[in-house]
Design a binder for this molecule. Sequence first.
Ligand code: HEC
Length: 142
Amino acid sequence: MNPRLAAVAALALAACSRDDSAERRARLGPNPSLAQMMQVADAQAGARRFGQCAACHSIAAGGADRNGPNLHGVYGAPIAQNRPRFGYTDALQAQRGVWDDRRLDAWLADPRGDVPGTTMSFAGIHDPLARADLIAYLKTQR
Ligand code: HEC
């Protein structure tokens, strides 16, 4: 890269240091896999996105259940078992497996499409990189 271009790129990066998702998207190219997205996922960006979950979910260790269960330690936990005293729906309890990248990605994209009958009334997150950032954040909270 010529020096002038490099300087412009550096400036652009500095200006976007809080949200470099455009640059990360460019690095990923078209149709990245979930694994590729997880490699560039940014837990700090995910922490900011968690604002859209916080009305219903606390995430600090020992936090109270709200409309939704506390999410501390939910990454890697068996589905609908992380908070034994929370009233999970039968629909969610009928799910097998643990909350790994793949399950969380499908859930966060479209909760009610993924698990018909769930009471998580959340429209879902269309942007796969935004979901990856959130999953990276959930991973840090355990
Ligand atoms: C309007 C309230 C609401 C919002 C907003 C919401 N949730 Fe939920 N969430 C719930 C409820 C209610 C459940 C339990 C659903 C059930 O039992 O079917 C749940 C369940 C979950 C679970 C499964 C927990 C477990 O212990 O197995 C995860 C993971 C989760 N939510 C993540 C999120 C994330 C991440 C966001 C933000 C992107 C979010 N939720 C936004 C209400 C909400």
